[in-house]
Design a protein. Sequence first.
Length: 233
Amino acid sequence: MADFLYSLTSGESATLTWQGVLETLLAATIIGFVISLVYLLTHKKEGYSQAFCVALILLAPIVGMVILVIGNNVATAFSLAGAFALVRFRSAPGDPKDIAFVFMSVTMGLTCGLGYWIYAAFATAILCVIILVLHFTNFARKKGDSYVLKITVPETLNYVGAFDECLKKYCHSFKMSRVKSVDFGALFEISFDIVMKDTNQIREMMDDVRAMNGNLKIMLSTPESVNKSFHFQ
């Protein structure tokens, strides 16, 4: 019966087998699930998207199935390429680490599709260990926490170098990144990229800056999101 069903669902040049499809889908799904778990573990602090975690699981078996279907059939490869060309993906540029996880899931799915699922499992284990080591050792992390400091000053204040001494006291490094006029030129908004020495001194730094800018608006936010911010006005 299985042979009869296979003959109805395959062409003369097909090399697919029910066992091969099952092994590829199971192996790729398990590997995708492991990759997704590692992603969850390494992104607890900064947050993550449920849809992205599900996508990591599904990418591996989907790519594996694509490779199984293509095989050595050039006509099938062109047909699938044409079908995928009709699909448009629109999304904001993601974190480089997220892109690496996507490539990892796709690569392991491709490896499973070629029948090397044991090698895919071994490579996944090694890569996951490397990712976890890099994560828990905070590899290449800057000393201190990075923020964007926006200071509003009156037009009568010469802002060039006015806050340097104050920022040197509380920051490892700082750099003026943007100056913008607001309220029809009556005020200026100055943006600094800073690296704090101690986040417990944020309030003290804000009080010193407010004493210098006439108690106008100040905002301190993380580079990743303006939602994680401290407002003083």
